[in-house]
Design a protein around this ligand. Structure first.
Ligand SMILES: C[S@@+](CC[C@H](N)C(=O)[O-])C[C@H]1O[C@@H](n2cnc3c(N)ncnc32)[C@H](O)[C@@H]1O
Length: 442
């Protein structure tokens, strides 16, 4: 148990220092070669705590004026957060928490651990709501989400939809795997899953997509099929994007923001791995990851360019039949699996993302042929990065029009002529996603 607690504290400190939760968890697990039971406890505790970080920190803040959580070292803050999580969310008693944490605690500012624990346990749930007068800041505590995000979501959809959405962000989403038809067949993958006693369901909307059920069988990343690139772990909404793009062999297709390449490899397989696919990414390390991945997934015919896509229109003026833009975004549709992001995101970040998204769309508009198609997708829940980007693009580009994003699995966007689509965790059992399809007609 001591090792698990120590690993949890290390992970929390690393996340606090800016690492992604997934990377921190993976590196601790690799370093300590944790058992399966310890690994699940580590994952569970770290992610559940991070999801509730605003309330955890508020309990600590209200417990004492002797120290400010913002000023204490990462390691100590991690211990206090874990203690609070155990006391308030796992309802452990003071003695249990003291026994678990005292081996890791060294006196900080002469405050004894037992004093801190009892001060935290004396703060009540009602105390949290004192001075929280408006509805958004109450919802922020009830649903563990920054108040500015609650306000923005309520402006977008109203209170009831926002609450349903926010409560679903606390749960895990199912794992989906896509069969990589460049290397195997659906039948072969199903046979291997059966052999490994892995419970799965074929997706009703997308052929070659399997939803993995809960079981104690081998985790997917440990399967040979995963290690040798026959299957790809990919969310349902993400698999839908290349299907909406609908690339075919013989076309010139551009993936404008390609790494790590889940969609690039899917596009390649839809094109029968024929020549014509170009993948661009600005980041050198991420480009290397994309290339390694293409090799693993058996993609041979992709021309990769490491560049800022905004600089390429002159080289590829009116050249492509189809272009996919999957730009950097707030990733707010992935709060379920990456809860740390919601605490890091600032309202001003949205402005930076929308500026980049708009510029990438401008570049794509120059590189697509007349009658060609541009698909724009994000894993964002903010209208600012989705509907607003597309609407302002259409307002200044009369030669582009919206096309239906067939097949419709999500909601049709009423703000975009019912042609774009939106997916939500509470309605579609998927990450939040947005997809719009534009055609150049001159
Ligand atoms: C959301 S990710 C793409 C995910 C990818 N489409 C997939 O399905 O695996 C966005 C990518 O855009 C890249 N990027 C950011 N700015 C860029 C730019 N100006 N030009 C090209 N790529 C850019 C980032 O490095 C990042 O890899």
């Amino acid at each position: 148990m001591e090792q698990v607690i120590s690993n949890i504290i290390n992970c929390l400190s690393e996340i606090d220092a800016g690492r992604s939760a997934r990377v921190a968890l993976r590196s601790v697990i690799e370093e300590y070669q944790a058992s399966k039971a310890d690994e699940s406890q580590l994952y569970y505790t770290v992610l559940e705590l991070i999801k509730r970080l605003n309330v955890v920190d508020l309990y600590i803040k209200l417990s004492s004026s002797a120290f400010s959580t913002k000023k204490i070292p990462f390691q100590m803050r991690a211990i206090l957060r874990l203690a609070t999580y155990y006391l308030k969310f796992e309802k452990k008693n003071l003695d249990q928490v003291y026994d678990l944490l005292s081996p890791h605690y060294f006196t900080y500012m002469n405050v004894k651990l037992l004093n801190i624990l009892s001060a935290i346990s004396n703060v009540t749930e009602e105390d949290l709501y004192v001075n929280r007068l408006d509805e958004s800041s109450k919802i922020s505590l009830q649903y563990f989400t920054p108040t500015w995000i609650v306000r923005t979501f309520i402006e977008q959809w109203g209170e009831s939809f926002t609450k349903d959405l926010l409560s679903s962000l606390l749960f895990s989403l199912p794992t989906y795997i896509r069969v990589n038809t460049l290397k195997t067949t659906l039948e072969e993958v199903k046979a291997s899953l059966d052999e490994n006693n892995i419970v799965y369901e074929e997706d009703k909307d997308i052929v070659g997509l399997l939803k993995i059920g809960d079981s104690n069988a081998k985790p997917i990343p440990q399967l040979q099929e995963f290690k040798n690139g026959k299957i790809v772990i990919q969310q349902k909404a993400s698999v839908l994007v290349p299907i909406v793009l609908d690339p075919t062999p013989g076309e010139n297709v551009l993936d404008l923001c390609a790494s790590p390449g889940s969609k690039t490899s899917q596009i390649a397989s839809m094109m029968g791995d024929e020549k014509g696919l170009v993948a661009i990414d600005i980041d050198k390390d991420r480009m290397r990851i994309l290339l390694e991945r293409m090799e693993l997934l058996g993609v041979k015919n992709v021309e990769s360019i490491q560049s800022d896509s905004r600089n390429l229109p002159e080289k590829f003026m009116s050249f492509f039949d189809k272009i996919l833009i999957d730009p950097p975004c707030s990733s707010s549709g992935t709060f379920n699996s990456r809860p740390e992001i919601k605490w890091r995101l600032r309202r001003r970040d949205l402005r930076l993302y929308t500026k980049l998204q708009t510029e990438l769309l401008e570049a794509a508009a120059k590189m697509v042929k007349n009658q060609g198609i541009v698909v724009y997708s994000t894993c964002s829940l903010f209208h600012a990065e989705n509907h607003h980007v597309i609407r302002s693009f259409l307002a200044s580009h009369q030669n582009f029009s919206l096309r239906n994003t067939i097949p419709f699995i999500g909601f049709k966007s009423s703000l975009l002529e019912n042609k774009a689509q939106e997916m939500y965790p509470h309605l579609h059992n998927s990450e939040g996603f947005f997809i719009a399809k534009l055609q150049r007609n001159e």
